[in-house]
Design a protein around this ligand. Sequence first.
Ligand code: NAD
Ligand code: DGY
Length: 319
Amino acid sequence: MKPKAIVYKKVDSKVLEFIQLTCDVVSFDKLDSETYPTFLKELKDAHGILGSGLKVNKELLDQAPQLKIVCNTSVGYDNLDIEELSARGIMATNTPDVLNDTVADTIFGLLLATARRIPEMDQLVKNGQWKSMIGEEFYGVDVHHKTLGIIGMGGVGNAIAKRAHFGFDMPIFYHNRSRNEHAEFEYGATYCSLDELLQKSDYVCLMTPLTPATENLIGKREFELMKNTAIFINGSRGKTVDEVALVDALKTGEILAAGLDVFVQEPVQPDHSLLALKNVVTLPHIGSAVYETRMKMAMLGARNLVAGLLGEVPPNLIK
Ligand SMILES: NC(=O)c1ccc[n+]([C@@H]2O[C@H](COP(=O)([O-])OP(=O)(O)OC[C@H]3O[C@@H](n4cnc5c(N)ncnc54)[C@H](O)[C@@H]3O)[C@@H](O)[C@H]2O)c1
Ligand SMILES: O=C(O)[C@H](O)CO
């Protein structure tokens, strides 16, 4: 008998076909109030699940007594209670590396858009407000040759550093759990403490995973340490930043502007005070959102799932 897998997110039919070679598959395009009760029923005899964002905790695992493997189609895995999964002997996997360049492109786009006020200028043109030569009040700030601070020099952090070094001649500071010789040697990145990075950087880019150590890593104190001209970019997870402190810092001029791909609550509520600020550029968590990359992530997730269910060690087992 084939093992049973649930795919709880829309994936390309090629990915489903690949899993079906090994597993009986039940798939959901998305989980919402309509599909969730059926998902829970299917979970009762499922051996593996594949998707992203679902909170996999004790309560959910109690509904899944046969589960052997939980596969994220994302690099971040803060949705998974790893301790609880390990205690039950259930494997967990993620999809690192295949998205690094795509996410770094997004982060650089966000950085440029924030620095040069591109969405604001776009609106000005489209609203018919471009009546004469643009004056100083609409000027942006340079990106090239400015100092970039990267917090979290992992796969994505390295790809951002590469663009900053080779494309924009930016001196780079980084803060990480450990030294990254590749970034130091290839991109001239200088390791420093978090406080030093915050004080010295023109652009502060946050790219750590969300963990107990990084929750609210950037708050009032950290914004106060940044330059008043600093631009803050968050591509990690919303909860790594104290959003109330961020709004304050943006309103009081503690920092110049922010570019955000992630929020504490997603989708962000339309009445969130961040959205009323002109010096904030927002994206709807689209770091890796291009077809080819999402396909690679889904396929890598599927490979992890199949390997785990065949009794092999999945390539991206979270330890
Ligand atoms: N916005 C998006 O669409 C998007 C896309 C990819 C990743 N992400 C987020 O970014 C995170 C990083 O992705 P990645 O692929 O670079 O992961 P990675 O594991 O390759 O790198 C993470 C880096 O952060 C460092 N780190 C961890 N805790 C730290 C701490 N307390 N202080 C300083 N550094 C710390 C690690 O040492 C590592 O070098 C993901 O976990 C995810 O949450 C978001
Ligand atoms: O962690 C990731 O891979 C991205 O945030 C997409 O979910």
